[in-house]
Design a protein around this ligand. Structure first.
Ligand code: XMP
Length: 407
């Protein structure tokens, strides 16, 4: 059952959102809720959880402990960088190195929702055990409006959405839950962050999902696949982070490069827009949105042909018109010609890297960012040098029908 959300004395819809008023009200609310006990907050270094931690610290001072979990799904160097950033904000930090717990819980799981649920349960089991050891009775977390709207709407199970799904957090995990940012959208969180003096890098940082690289490692997670994804993430962030204007979110995803044939109707539709082009599907599925519901659908893989770039972006809609199970389309930028000598003889590199860049205001809808072709081609050459990468694709789908993330 959906818990009703109190707007808390300010009107966000009439455009009168005021960070100072918001902070004052929330500081009071946090103090009342926590009383004389202690509270824990799990921070990932992202905008929402960092802003929430600084807000809660302002209210509780030394009665707040921040936990930063190294789940194994962070980007290259991120554990170190985030720990330093959180400490520089004066937050009392405990870093938990719990990679093995997550890998164990995710072993053999391929389905996106199963992976998200396994992540959530491991996350809260670890967190509540550590928080109780420190005497914390309350968990504060930085859930924001799109998180619970999409989870309650059945689009995906966001790991930090609990009460809105009807969970009794005291019975299930042993803590009372407080979510001070629940009514806010991302741009408002950034306003609050700037008001609180959260360092520029954190408040302007592009969003990074709580389950991290897990939702970009499409299908089953394995160490070698994660390694490819970490390298690809670094290359994509470097190449696209300097574009002006900067895309609102840009990242890499990785999937086994295993494909199946598309129907003749879909092939014909692709030919109409992209003469000489070819279409297949990845074996793995990805998350999308259909109406108000989550769809776990096919990824169409388009390659070849000659087309004026803007026409490419009309492909997803045309393909979906022929096959309603498709939720996104990606366009091939290049492939590896390298064979690898393995025990079974020469085999091809096995992972496809997908480059995703979006323009969006509130992340509820998004358009693919028009990355210049020459930038994509250079990036593709760099990605193909990563050991294990067989081919590179550019995601040309809006949200809807796709989501921003792949799972
Ligand atoms: P989707 O994939 O739902 O993404 O279109 C919209 C925005 O939400 C972020 N996102 C998440 N953030 N935990 C988070 O903290 C999650 O489980 C999660 N899933 C998606 C995503 O990166 C994008 O900015």
């Amino acid at each position: 059952m959906l818990k009703s959300i109190s707007p808390g004395g300010y009107n966000i819809t009439s455009g009168t959102f005021s960070p100072p008023v918001f902070v004052e009200e929330k500081v009071r609310e946090i103090r009342e809720f926590v009383g004389s006990s202690k509270a824990a907050i799990a921070t990932s270094g992202g905008v929402d959880s960092t802003t929430c931690a600084v807000l809660a610290h302002r209210a509780l001072g030394g009665r707040l402990i921040c936990f930063f979990m190294d789940t194994g799904f962070m980007r290259e160097g991120e554990v170190q960088e985030v720990s330093e950033m959180l400490r520089s904000l004066g937050l009392p930090l405990r870093v938990l190195s719990v990679k093995d717990r997550f890998m164990e819980a995710l072993k053999g799981k391929k389905d996106a929702e199963e992976k998200r649920i396994a992540f959530r349960e491991t996350f809260y089991k670890v967190l509540s055990k550590e928080a109780r050891k420190e005497g914390c009775e309350v968990l504060i977390q930085g859930t924001i409006a799109p998180d619970w709207i999409e989870t309650s709407g059945g689009i995906k199970t966001q790991h930090n959405v609990l009460e809105q799904l009807g969970f009794d957090t005291v019975k299930r995990y042993g803590f009372r839950l407080l979510e001070p940012l629940l009514e806010l959208y991302k741009d408002q969180v950034r306003e609050v962050a700037r008001y609180l003096g959260v360092r520029f890098e954190a408040s302007e940082r592009q969003p990074f999902p709580g389950p991290g690289l897990l939702v970009r490692c499409i299908g089953e997670v394995r160490e070698d696949k994660l390694k490819v994804l970490r390298g690809a993430t670094l290359a994509v962030e470097r190449a696209l982070g300097s574009l002006k204007p900067t895309p609102n979110q840009y990242f890499a995803a990785v999937v086994e490069d295993e494909r199946v044939v598309a129907s003749p109707a879909v092939e014909r539709a692709v030919q109409e827009i992209l003469p000489g082009g070819k279409v297949e599907y990845f074996k793995c599925r990805a998350t999308g949105v259909k109406g108000d519901n989550r769809a776990y659908g096919k990824i169409a893989v388009v390659s070849g042909g000659e087309v004026e770039t803007e026409r490419l972006f009309t492909l997803p809609e045309r393909i979906i018109h022929e096959d309603g199970e498709v939720v996104r389309a990606v366009y091939k930028l290049g492939e590896s010609t390298v064979g690898v000598i393995g025990s079974g003889g020469v085999r091809r590199e096995r992972y496809a890297v997908l480059v995703r860049a979006v323009e969006t205001r509130d992340f509820m809808t998004a358009k693919p960012y028009r990355v210049p072709m020459e930038v994509l081609k250079r990036l593709c050459q760099e990605l193909l040098k990563i050991c294990g990468v067989s081919s590179v694709f550019y995601d040309i789908t809006s949200k809807p029908p796709a989501t921003v993330e792949y799972e």
